[in-house]
Write a protein that binds this ligand. Structure first.
Ligand code: IMP
Ligand code: MG
Length: 192
């Protein structure tokens, strides 16, 4: 086990929390048919587990967005690379995200979705790094509060890798990981 990373949220903690969120959402949306929308690519692992814990009829759809600029300085204006192909008018929309950080991208995305006149629009995020928030934004459903350090696994990537880690790891030194991108391969222990 390397010093570079430590398990922040293990697979069992994640499973338990996702089960709880699913039960809560089931209770909150009873009698309705929510539309779960997730954002590629990070949110899809969470979506896959969460949707199977919601005991209601539901739809899932995917979107892909890209920031206009290469950095946060793009001020959260996003370009939609892949849009959903359903009418959201009057629907109960639940946006499912991996992590809310500055909230810049997400607040823009929420404003786009809101303009499509859903009956309701809520946000469910596995991780909430509220300390970094720039745009005021409070998710309705949160899996875990996330410390102000880089995390990978369970959908979250480091330069497109490690989304397939079953645990969520906290990276203490991203420069060292950049220098040795294989450093976390020993953590790729299959879930199950
Ligand atoms: P923001 O809330 O607009 O700043 O952007 C959040 C997006 O940045 C998330 O959907 C992730 O894709 C990515 N992101 C933020 N923090 C991390 C991290 O610690 N690890 C991996 N991806 C992250
Ligand atoms: Mg990412």
């Amino acid at each position: 086990m390397t010093e570079l990373a430590r398990v922040l949220f293990g697979r069992e903690d994640i499973r338990r929390r996702v089960d709880e969120l699913g039960r809560t959402i089931t209770g909150d949306y009873v009698g309705r048919e929510p539309v779960l929308i997730s954002v590629l690519k990070g949110g899809t692992v969470f979506l896959a587990d969460l949707m199977r814990q919601i005991q209601l009829p539901l739809e899932t759809h995917l979107m892909a967005v890209s920031p206009y600029g290469a950095s946060e300085e793009s001020m959260g204006r996003v370009r939609i690379l892949l849009d959903i192909d359903i009418d959201l008018t009057g629907r109960d929309v639940l946006l499912v995200e991996d992590i809310v950080d500055t909230g810049l991208t997400l607040s823009y995305l929420l404003s786009i979705l809101r303009s499509r006149r859903p009956a309701s629009l809520e946000l469910c995020t596995l991780l909430d790094r509220s300390i970094r928030r720039i745009v005021p934004l409070r998710p309705r459903y949160v899996g875990f509060d996330c410390p102000d350090s880089f995390v990978v696994g369970y959908g979250l990537d480091f330069e497109e890798r490690y989304r397939n880690l079953a645990d969520i790891l906290e990276i203490s030194d991203t420069t060292a990981l950049k220098a040795d991108p294989d450093a976390l391969l020993s953590h790729l222990v299959p879930a199950g």
